[in-house]
Design a protein around this ligand. Structure first.
Ligand code: GDP
Ligand code: MG
Length: 792
């Protein structure tokens, strides 16, 4: 008879080695998702050994089971309510005291706990000796020495679990007499029918601590007794419990652990350089510069044009600014010619070439630089350097409601917002992470540079760079103001950052780093890719047909010229642009221009499209748009007004919603569409009000003359009109394939997650008690540090 699979939770402090042990225990078969309600990663996999009998769940790193930070909420909820069969409590053996605090809480659960004493490979080097038999006796829990990194003891851990050879949770009595009596008393009075009492020992302590989550169990008759105990200790119950836990932990540690005073460690030496008052910042700039250079600079520049060529065709590609001949028909044009050659219509060839393939290539185009970036980030994180960044930038950034680590997304974002937003994962506090994600798109990404370059030269031909510089300054000002506004408006006042100590520097494990790269890249393709794909198709539809479903797209695909022969002014997008253009009359300096409006809208697909869209609508090359009829208001003869309209257009594109790719990752990283919409609204509010302001200044210089507004011109069609397209059998097949693709994407992206969704949810309870424990922890850590300093 087959037994049901057991669930095993992996619980421990941050940086205790959970991820490494998870990988060692599961091999390569894990699923990665998010915990419901939060954007914290959830990993699940079967413990290796052929049978799928043990499911391992990786939980967020925590220092205690209070429900204060998101990580704690998730881990606590998992431990209390998901009722794992076994908890593996992974402990950093080099930081026994800090780690055991959590163990004392886990030991109160109604679950068996196995202690995995990790990092035993570096114990000796740290001058620490631990008697694990003694530790096992003191805790009453099975203790297994392991090194997640070298694999030592991992097999023993697995066999201990499989063969049920571990101690049952003895629920040691760790508190002083009267406190223990009171807790026991509360426990015996608990109403065992309530869900909360599944873990009676834990619940009893929580009632004693007056944890609001366990309020339902409260019994007024105990309140007086608790008060009496508090009076005798002159502390509140929460602190009494924390204090006595620490006493217990200290006692255990002293009985089984000997620490030699060690000469200055490698970490100390490295920190003298990396955290040096003068050197830390320059070193950081160099390291980040290197990461940026490698990912966006080298790999991005090497691959972007190349991949674009492979998919969309090219004659030459630009690498590091040099044009290299690279004749390639490209997958899209090849498929397109295959369809037309086989008797299909231009529209179906165009659908495949410029809708489907262009959409897919937009996704794949991001990948190489993302892979390099993810890898660099994984290395920086695992080596312990990332914690140092947070450490020395936190002071400044916290003032703006950001974390020290926010600097990374900002720097990366100046290349491309997509990897920038994704690298925000390293920011631990959810609030700071969300603020960072919202602000990253404000950094002008490289795709916005052509817009800035083109229009700057219209504004001030000889000094375009001054204009460009002013745009960057404006971006920084907007970012700082927005950060402060978000900080002021959000309700949580205090930050939750809790850096007890900086972990020792470690050489990162290649296997784990690459595994992280794999997980994240796959997540990007699945989540962002499907949205980019669908949006490109939607935009294709809007630019290719008019309201009567006449085809107004290109009539000749072979010319290798985008939109050759297309009547974009007839398209639905132009129609929508004509309506929306009214709103933009002030922003465009008193000009009614569907051309500018539509170009800005195309920027949603990719900011690269804005300049080419202007050129297509003007019917000229990009640099001549100011002499075209469509954009005559940019003409230098209009002086100040022209400059303002152009500047306003730059500003709008700079601060408005980012491209679909960035929107998709924002949606994913912010955890909900609601948060994404909030972020985009903030961005739109900025871009719209700033550009309107600038436009109005320009308009006022012409005395608000309305001569620029020639509404009828915008509505009159150019005379030519599109045609109805027929559907041959080849077109029909193409359409069917595309529709099936869309169906699959919609099913896997939107429908399936909803069907299989299992809500756990995390309630947001203001918890004074938990905060107290936190403060207590902080004070204790500080005290310890001072003690250590005194010893030196
Ligand atoms: P998590 O934050 O708990 O998921 O911890 P990680 O698994 O990311 O590990 C943090 C760091 O400790 C990484 O650099 C690991 O390579 C390192 N590490 C994990 N286990 C061991 C171990 O047994 N020995 C040594 N020397 N390093 C380890
Ligand atoms: Mg981890």
């Amino acid at each position: 008879m087959e037994n049901k699979a057991k669930t095993i939770g992996l619980v421990g402090n941050q940086n205790s080695g959970k991820t490494t042990l998870f990988n060692a225990l599961t091999g390569m078969n894990a699923t990665v998702g998010n915990w419901p309600g939060v954007t914290i990663e959830r990993k699940e996999g079967f413990i290796k050994g052929g049978r799928k009998d043990l499911i391992l769940v990786d939980t967020p790193g925590v220092y205690s089971l209070s429900p204060y930070t998101d990580e704690e909420k998730v881990t606590r909820k998992f431990c209390l309510e998901s009722r794992p069969d076994i908890i593996i409590n992974i402990i950093d053996a080099t930081a026994l005291e800090r780690s055991l605090y959590l163990t004392t809480q886990l030991a109160e659960l109604n679950t068996d706990v196995i202690v995995a004493l990790n990092m035993v490979d570096i114990l000796e080097a740290n001058g620490i000796t631990i008697d694990d038999q003694k530790l096992e006796e003191e805790l009453g829990l099975t203790v297994i020495r392991i090194s997640a990194k070298t694999g030592e003891g991992v097999e023993k851990l697995i066999s201990t679990i499989r063969e049920n050879k571990y101690r049952r949770n003895p629920h040691l009595k760790i508190y002083a007499g009267n406190v223990q009596n009171e807790v026991d008393h509360i426990e015996s009075d608990l109403n065992t029918e309530l869900e909360e009492t599944h873990n009676p020992k834990f619940a009893a302590v929580k009632v004693f601590e007056r944890d609001p989550f366990f309020k339902a169990l409260d019994n007024t008759s105990t309140e007086n007794e608790i008060k009496a105990i508090e009076a005798s200790y002159e502390m509140d119950s929460e602190q009494i419990v924390a204090d006595q836990r620490y006493d217990f932990v200290t006692k255990v540690k002293n009985s089984c652990c000997i620490e030699k005073i060690m000469p200055e460690s490698v970490t100390d030496k490295l920190d003298k350089v990396f955290l040096n008052k003068w050197l830390s910042l320059p070193i950081f700039v160099v390291i980040m510069g290197l990461v940026y250079f490698l990912s966006v600079g080298v790999v991005g520049s090497l691959t972007t044009d190349f991949i674009d060529g492979l998919f969309n065709g090219s004659e030459s590609i630009s690498v590091f600014g040099f044009d290299i001949p690279f004749a390639c028909q490209g997958l899209g044009p090849w498929l397109g010619s295959l369809i037309t050659g086989g008797g299909g219509s231009v529209w179906s060839a165009d659908l495949v070439q410029n809708g489907v393939i262009a959409g897919i290539s937009a996704v794949i185009n991001f990948l190489p630089q993302l892979i390099v970036l993810f890898y660099c980030m994984a290395i920086l994180e695992a080596s312990g350097y990332m914690n140092r960044i947070a450490f020395f930038l936190d002071k400044i950034f916290k003032k703006f409601g950001l974390s020290g680590k926010s600097i990374i997304p900002f720097i990366v974002g100046s290349g491309c917002s997509v990897p920038g937003i994704m690298s925000a994962r390293t920011v631990e506090s959810e609030k700071e992470r969300n603020t960072t994600i919202m602000l990253t798109p404000f950094i002008p990404c490289s795709a916005k540079l052509p817009i800035i370059a083109l229009l700057s030269s219209i504004i001030w031909p000889a000094y375009g760079w001054v204009v460009a510089l002013s745009v960057y300054m404006l971006a920084i000002v907007v970012i700082l103001i927005t950060a402060i506004l978000i900080k002021r408006l959000s309700k949580i006042k205090d930050d939750t950052a809790f850096i007890t100590e900086l972990p020792a520097y470690k050489l990162p494990e290649q296997k784990d780093s690459w595994r992280e790269v794999w997980d994240k890249s796959l997540a990007f393709i699945k989540r962002a890719g499907s949205i980019i794909f669908l949006c490109s198709l939607a935009l294709w539809l809007l630019t290719r047909f008019d309201w009567a479903w006449h085809y107004v797209g290109p009539t000749d695909l072979s010319a290798n010229v985008a939109n050759s022969g297309s009547l974009i002014d007839q398209s639905m997008l132009a129609g929508i642009g004509r309506v929306i253009a009214f709103v933009f009359i002030p922003a465009w300096g008193g000009n009614y221009s569907w051309g500018l409006t539509v170009s800005a809208m195309q920027g949603l697909i990719a900011k690269e499209q804005v300049v080419s869209s202007l050129a297509i609508i003007a019917g000229t090359s990009a640099k001549d748009i100011s002499t075209s009829a469509a954009f005559s208001f940019f003409n230098a003869s209009n002086g100040f007004a022209a400059a303002c309209s152009a500047y306003s257009f730059i500003v709008f594109n700079l601060f408005s919603a980012p491209c679909f790719g960035a929107l998709a990752v924002m949606r994913k990283e912010l955890g909900s569409a609601k948060n994404m919409i909030k972020a985009v609204s903030i961005e739109l509010a900025w871009s719209f009000s700033l550009s309107t302001l600038i436009g109005l200044i320009g308009w006022s210089s012409t005395g608000y003359s309305t001569k620029g507004i020639n509404i009828s011109e915008g509505w009159v069609s150019s005379g030519a009109s599109g045609t109805y397209v027929g559907i041959g059998w080849i077109d029909g097949m193409v359409l069917a394939v595309v529709l099936i693709l869309v169906g699959l994407v919609v099913y896997f992206h939107f429908i399936k997650p909803r069907i299989t969704h299992q809500p756990i949810g995390c309630e947001d309870e203001p918890n004074r008690g938990a905060r107290l424990v936190k403060a207590y922890h902080k004070a204790k850590a500080k005290e310890e540090k001072e003690k250590a300093n005194d010893q030196k």
